[in-house]
Design a protein around this ligand. Structure first.
Ligand code: ZN
Length: 495
């Protein structure tokens, strides 16, 4: 036993070190590296990726994992047992998919985003179609290789991103949204459009002021800058390598002051989750967030439930006005609040408001399910997309660029990922509801933001990946997933 544990831990140490350097490379690529460095870096990256693959598939290491998996109940270290289970599960792809197919697929999806970007720019779905057909086919084969008694088809892909959630749970979730939100959105958006002062949509907000305000927000939420940093990138993201180093980015737009404010709040939610992991998981495969859905619940809670609340802006709007006195001199707190929470039926997911967002995800969920089950052909996608947009949002895109081609995800093989975005918001509503029963969130926002972080650390963040998403929900909210909290939250906020 000791021998196998030692092999496992020594190999883990190596993989972690290699992963650290590839992590740094990708951080550098997204934030600092000049455009022309792409090809040279890719060559170095390939060497690193191959090294990691070699170490991961080392026979001694695989044997150690197999042995420890068979003797799980003899392991005294519970965290190690959980880790072995998850690493074992992760290795099933390497074990079951023929190596040639595995590598060919990696090459396919590494080129995918470039082909997608070109097709999107030219509004040319036909140029994307052959690639997507190959990706869908590969995923349909993959689920054949990986099927078990419990999981098959699309459920296998869903489980990659959100362990324990299958079409059964997602169908129930999306049915709840369909029943309550689709008619509600139609009703809310029918009411005559509210007008807002032009100052918010037409003013120029100099970047320097936006940066200062972003740092003010880091300070408000007590984001730890000894173990984190805020930089700029084309699309905002969070990237962590352990609780000691969790980095976030934003993008400033001179003509849109809200964009960076809410992206900073969103990424801080992700970042605080990983910063508040128990440091004993650093250097293991248990650090980070337990699933995409739980991760997204933390970011959406900071962005929407806290960041778009009236009480938050009653406290911090004066600072924003102080930062941009000319632009905001005639904009009242009430008007600012209503502007940040305006609702409209729109075409683009990433620009959608809090209320309509999950309806965009519903469109993608139904399409993915049908693609993987073989009930929909890739060539039929644009038509089906438009049908579903009409059905759920009541609008139809004029071009595929604003429709089926808008998202990058499918081009790098991420099928089964989208549903976690909607799920994250729903988890957030459920967790927030419980938190608000135990501490007054409004008081915390006004007087001591640290209370919110402390509650989330105790109920969600500290565990890293040692609990499943459903276990986290039980610990945090004391009940299993219940999408009604999300529906109730949205209806009471937007009615
Ligand atoms: Zn996010």
């Amino acid at each position: 036993m000791e021998k196998y544990i030692k092999v496992y831990q020594e190999t883990r140490k190596k993989i972690k070190a290699y992963e650290y350097f590839t992590w740094l490379m990708s951080w550098d690529m997204e934030t600092e590296a000049p455009k022309g460095s792409h090809a040279y870096r890719t060559r170095q990256y390939e060497v690193m990726a191959q090294e990691i693959y070699t170490i991961q598939t080392n026979l001694e290491y695989m044997e150690a994992i197999d042995y420890l998996m068979e003797h799980l109940c003899e392991l005294s270290d519970q965290a190690l047992a959980i880790e072995i289970k998850s690493v074992y599960k992760g290795l099933r792809i390497i074990k079951k998919v023929p190596k040639d197919e595995y590598i060919a697929y990696q090459v396919l999806i590494s080129e995918g985003p470039i082909i997608w970007a070109q097709a999107k720019e030219n509004n040319d779905f036909k140029a994307f179609q052959p690639l997507l057909e190959k990706i869908v086919l590969a995923n349909r084969k993959l689920v054949q290789y990986l099927k078990t008694d419990d999981l098959k088809g699309y459920d296998i892909l869903l489980d990659f991103y959100e362990e324990g959630l299958t079409t059964k749970e997602y169908d129930h979730f999306f049915e709840t949204l369909k029943t309550h939100l689709v008619p509600f959105v139609k009703e809310v958006t029918k009411k005559s459009k509210k007008r807002f002062k032009k100052a918010l949509s037409t003013s120029i907000f100099p970047i320097e002021g936006q940066k200062a305000f972003a740092h003010y927000l880091l300070d408000v939420a007590q984001y730890n800058l000894d173990h984190g940093v805020l930089k700029e990138s084309a699309h905002p993201f969070t990237s962590g390598v352990s609780s000691q180093d969790v980095r976030i980015t934003t993008k400033y737009h001179e003509d849109n002051v809200l964009s960076s404010i809410f992206s900073v709040l969103h990424e801080m939610g992700h970042g605080l989750y990983e910063q508040q992991n128990d440091p004993k998981y650093d250097g293991t495969f248990l650090s980070g967030g337990t699933s995409m859905g739980i991760h997204e619940s933390q970011s959406r809670m900071y962005e929407n439930m806290i960041g778009r609340s009236r009480v938050f802006w009653s406290k911090h709007y004066p600072k924003l006005v102080e930062t941009f006195p000319k632009q905001l001199k005639d904009v009242s707190l009430d008007e600012f609040y209503r502007y940040t929470n305006r609702v409209e039926r729109s075409l683009i997911r990433i620009e959608a408001d809090e209320l309509t967002y999950s309806l965009h995800i519903m469109v993608r969920y139904e399409i993915e399910k049908q693609l993987i089950n073989g009930r929909l052909r890739v060539e039929e996608l644009p038509k089906r997309w438009n049908q579903l947009m009409r059905k759920y949002l009541g609008i139809v895109p004029k071009s595929d660029k604003e429709g089926v081609l808008q998202d990058i995800h499918w081009s790098f093989g991420a099928i089964g990922y989208f549903p976690t975005y909607a799920l994250g918001s729903a988890y957030a509503a459920q967790i927030y509801h419980k938190m608000n029963q135990e501490i007054s969130v409004e008081d915390a926002i006004l007087n001591d933001f640290g209370l919110i972080n402390a509650w989330l650390k105790e109920r969600v963040h500290q565990f890293g990946k040692t609990k499943t998403p459903q276990e986290i929900l039980m610990i945090a909210s004391k009940e299993p997933f219940n999408p009604q909290y999300y529906v109730d939250y949205l209806i009471s906020k937007f009615q």
